[in-house]
Design a protein around this ligand. Structure first.
Ligand SMILES: [Fe+2]
Ligand SMILES: [Fe+2]
Length: 361
C-alpha cells in the first residue's frame, strides 16, 4: 500500500480524506479501478448523462467509501474518501435502496464544486453478497428528473459494476494466495541454502529479461518468474551431505540431486494455482537434444519457460562460486552457453540471453 500524500480534514462535520496518489494495492480501486473507470464512462454514454461517479467501500477502512472512478466529475474528486455512513452515499450503502435527489451536489457533498444544481440519483452496487458501493449520476441540465427507464438502465450498470468488483476480488484473492505460497516456499528454500537463494534471484532476473525479449504475455511471464524463483525448491529434500558436498559428486549422489526436478514439481503441483509452475519446474533440466532429465524431452516439446530457465540457470551457476570451483568470468560463461546452443540449449533462448545481457550491464 502506498499513500504518497494525504491530508485529512473535518469539513461540515463530515470526515474527508483526500489523497493525491491513488495507488492502493488491495483496495477496490486497485483491482477494479480500470473496469470502474470504463463503467463510469459507459454510464455517461449509455445512460445519456455527463456526470457519473462510483463510490466503493474502502477495504482498508470500511468506515470510509472511496470515490473510485468518475466521468465528467472534478479531477480532484477521484481517490477522495467520505464517511460510509454519511450523506446520500451512506444512506444507499446502509439501505441498499436507490436515492433520488433534486440537487446532484448532495451526492458527493462538499466534494462537488459545480455551481449549478441538477437532478441526481444514487444506486447500490452489490458485490460479495452485500452492498459495497454506490453508482451516482446527475441528469443533464435540460432534463428535470430521471425517468423510471433511466433508473432501470443505471441499476443495470450498477449491477455490472458489482459483477466486475466480484470478479476482481476473486482474482485478487487467488493471486494473493498463490503469491503467499510462492513466498513461503522461497523462504523455506533460502533458509535451507543461502547459496541457492542468491542463485534463484539471479535466475529470476535473467529469466524475466529473456521472457520479455521473447514477448511472453503477463500471465506466462508471472509463471516464469515463479518457476525461476522455485526451480530448485526440490533441493530442500536433498540431504545436506550431498547438497553441500565440497567436491565432485559420486554417481549415486548425482542421482539424488537429479531428483530435485521431480521432487520440486511434485511439491508445487499440490498447491492450487501453481500447476503450470510445477510443470515448468519439472522440465528445467531437459536439454534441447533430448539428453536431459527427468523425461528426456527434446526441442519445442520442452515448455518454453523451462527452456528459458535452463539457459539462465546454467549461466547463473557458471558465474557464481561453487564449493568445488570458483565463478567463471561472464564472457567465458556466455561463450560456454553459446557453445551449447542447439545441443543443450534452445538457440533462440540463447540469442535472447545474449541480447538481455548486453542491455543489463
Ligand atoms: Fe535445478
Ligand atoms: Fe538452479
Amino acid at each position: 500500500m502506498r499513500l504518497m500524500a494525504e491530508d485529512r480534514m473535518e469539513s461540515k462535520g463530515r470526515f474527508v480524506s483526500r489523497r493525491t496518489d491513488h495507488t492502493d494495492d488491495g483496495s477496490e480501486v486497485a483491482y477494479g479501478g480500470m473496469v470502474l473507470e470504463r463503467l463510469a464512462r459507459h454510464t455517461c454514454r449509455v445512460a445519456g448523462v455527463d456526470w457519473s461517479c462510483l463510490f466503493v467501500i474502502d477495504r482498508a477502512d470500511p468506515r470510509l467509501a472511496i470515490a473510485a472512478a468518475g466521468c465528467g466529475v472534478g479531477w480532484d474528486l477521484i481517490g477522495t474518501r467520505v464517511g460510509a455512513d454519511e450523506g446520500v452515499v451512506g444512506t444507499v450503502l446502509s439501505s441498499g435502496e436507490p436515492a433520488l435527489v433534486g440537487d446532484h451536489r448532495e451526492l458527493t457533498g462538499v466534494l462537488e464544486s459545480e455551481p449549478r444544481s441538477r437532478a441526481g440519483v444514487a444506486l447500490p452496487i452489490r458485490f460479495a453478497g452485500a452492498v459495497g458501493g454506490v453508482l451516482c449520476a446527475a441528469a443533464p441540465y435540460e432534463q428535470e428528473e430521471f425517468t423510471p427507464q433511466d433508473i432501470e438502465l443505471l441499476a443495470e450498470l450498477a449491477d455490472l459494476a458489482g459483477a466486475a468488483l466480484d470478479h476482481g476480488r476473486q482474482h485478487l484473492h487467488y493471486n494473493e494466495t498463490v503469491h503467499a505460497h510462492v513466498e513461503a516456499l522461497a523462504v523455506a528454500m533460502d533458509m535451507r541454502d543461502q547459496r541457492t537463494a542468491r542463485h534463484s534471484d539471479d535466475v529470476v532476473e535473467l529469466s524475466r529479461a529473456v521472457g520479455e525479449l521473447l514477448a511472453l504475455g503477463p500471465a506466462p511471464l508471472l509463471e516464469l518468474e515463479f518457476a525461476a524463483r522455485l526451480h530448485d525448491v526440490g533441493k530442500i529434500q536433498v540431504p545436506d551431505a550431498v547438497l553441500n558436498k565440497p567436491g565432485p559428486l559420486e554417481p549415486h549422489e548425482n542421482e539424488v540431486i537429479r531428483c530435485h526436478a521431480t521432487w520440486g514439481s511434485e511439491t508445487l503441483s499440490r498447491i492450487p494455482g501453481l500447476e503450470a509452475v510445477a510443470t515448468i519446474v519439472r522440465f528445467h533440466h531437459e536439454r534441447w537434444d533430448g539428453a536431459g532429465y527427468p523425461d528426456g524431452l527434446s526441442g519445442v516439446r520442452i515448455p518454453l519457460a523451462s527452456r528459458i530457465i535452463s539457459v539462465c540457470d546454467a549461466y547463473g551457476a557458471m558465474t557464481s562460486d561453487r564449493p568445488y570451483r570458483s565463478a567463471l568470468d561472464p564472457r567465458e560463461a556466455l561463450d560456454e552457453i553459446r557453445a551449447g546452443a542447439g545441443s543443450q540449449f534452445d538457440p533462440a533462448v540463447v540469442q535472447a540471453l545474449v541480447e538481455a545481457l548486453s542491455t543489463m550491464v
